[in-house]
Design a protein around this ligand. Sequence first.
Ligand SMILES: [Zn+2]
Length: 86
Amino acid sequence: MHLALSQFCDVQFSRFSRFLKREKCLCFHCGESMRKDRALMATFQQQQHPVCCHGCLAVLHAIEKNHLVQDYLRSKVDSQQGKDGA
Ligand SMILES: [Zn+2]
């Protein structure tokens, strides 16, 4: 049952991923718009996030390494709230 479901998901995902290749996404660090197939994946807080370049990847690594995650996330939320007005 679990196997059948995962096979079904694989088929759906491969169809979907072809569609996604032309999709855009936003860099987790700087918010730059980029093509999804060009995105680099950064591991941050045990999760994968898309980033636009090795510079942003390095920044995220440096933040984790220097234990600045809480400060970073707080400043991110502040700036997002400023932009959206939410
Ligand atoms: Zn970036």
